[in-house]
Design a protein around this ligand. Sequence first.
Ligand SMILES: Cc1ncc(COP(=O)(O)O)c(C=O)c1O
Length: 396
Amino acid sequence: MASSHLAPNYAPLPVVLAQGKGSWVTDVNGVKYFDALAGYSALNFGHLQPDIVAVAKKQLDTLTLTSRAFGCNLLEPYADALCALSETDMMLPMNSGAEAVETALKGMRKWGHVVKGVAPEDGIIIVADGNFHGRTTTIVSFSTDEDAREGYGPYTPGFKIVPYGDLAAFEAALTPETVGVLLEPIQGEAGVIIPPADYFPGVRTLCDEHHIMFTADEIQSGLGRTGHTFACELTGVKPDLMTLGKALGGGIMPVSAVVGTSEVLGLFTAGTHGSTFGGNPLACAIALKVIELLSTGEYQKRARDLGKTFSARLQGFVDEGLLVAQRSVGLWAGIDLDPRYGTGHDLCVELMKQGVLAKDTHGSTIRLAPPLSTSEEDLHWALDRIEAALRALIGK
Ligand SMILES: Cc1ncc(COP(=O)(O)O)c(C=O)c1O
């Protein structure tokens, strides 16, 4: 499986997939697995969701790329639909999640200089420890994960890292040079960490009081995963900007965007930011279908309803001593194995043997994010296999 031509920047489980449908994938040997990772939530609608595949196929025969040098008949309808879904003024289309985050960072910095009047080079953006916002040089500059950072310096200045969920620490970090804050409403990569209920409202209030732009990174948490279109809805907070990605591309291609206030996004004038593929017709067609699927609320409801079963059974594993802890919201969970019984990777290998694919985050924690289209029966099947894998590791 290991090719010397492939840069070793991932350590995948020893499984080579060849097909997918709904919640299931099949490897090159014909073995079927339940996909409990769902492309890190990029596959919220499952593999090969028929409506998304149909619009993609149609668009492949119509027009795939114009670049932003020209208009495209789907771009403005896409912008209108995404702003309607997110109840925002404006959107800026990009491709990967990291590019959306970079766009939000650039927007907040520019706003800081132009609107808030902070001298160029002085603007500070506050971020949280345990964050995951992507892999660019600037983004890893404020990562607290040494694996993500090490060796990639010199690092981009202008960021202050505070403990996640600690409102007093956030307030203490504010200075007149603070122009923005970038936070995940729930930290996915850190192990589905849910902050205290007063955290986002408190950050919102402080941002208003100190004239600071608030960006919520909804790339993993957004688009139905938590049982709501955006995880911010759980907090009652409306951020100034949201970064979206992953599921926006329907599991087919990278599609990302920043949505939010025109006070920031309106500062991007022609020639000051962009991307060759951002807002391409194929992406627009797919994202428009994704928005249509989300606008019925059906997937969000599925995540809420199935989420009850999901969290109840995971909590049962905790109560029985099979897990140390579980944190779940909608169809999204971080589960912690007692490190005495193995690492998260060990658990993923055992799960794979049992027919479930998942991915460890850090240490003995793994993240579960099955497709929102999963049937209750399949979810129970996967949970039975998770239980069996835990019992095999623990010997219980
Ligand atoms: C919260 C969050 N932001 C940003 C990213 C980066 O997205 P991408 O890998 O598409 O660049 C991720 C990816 O896992 C993420 O979870």
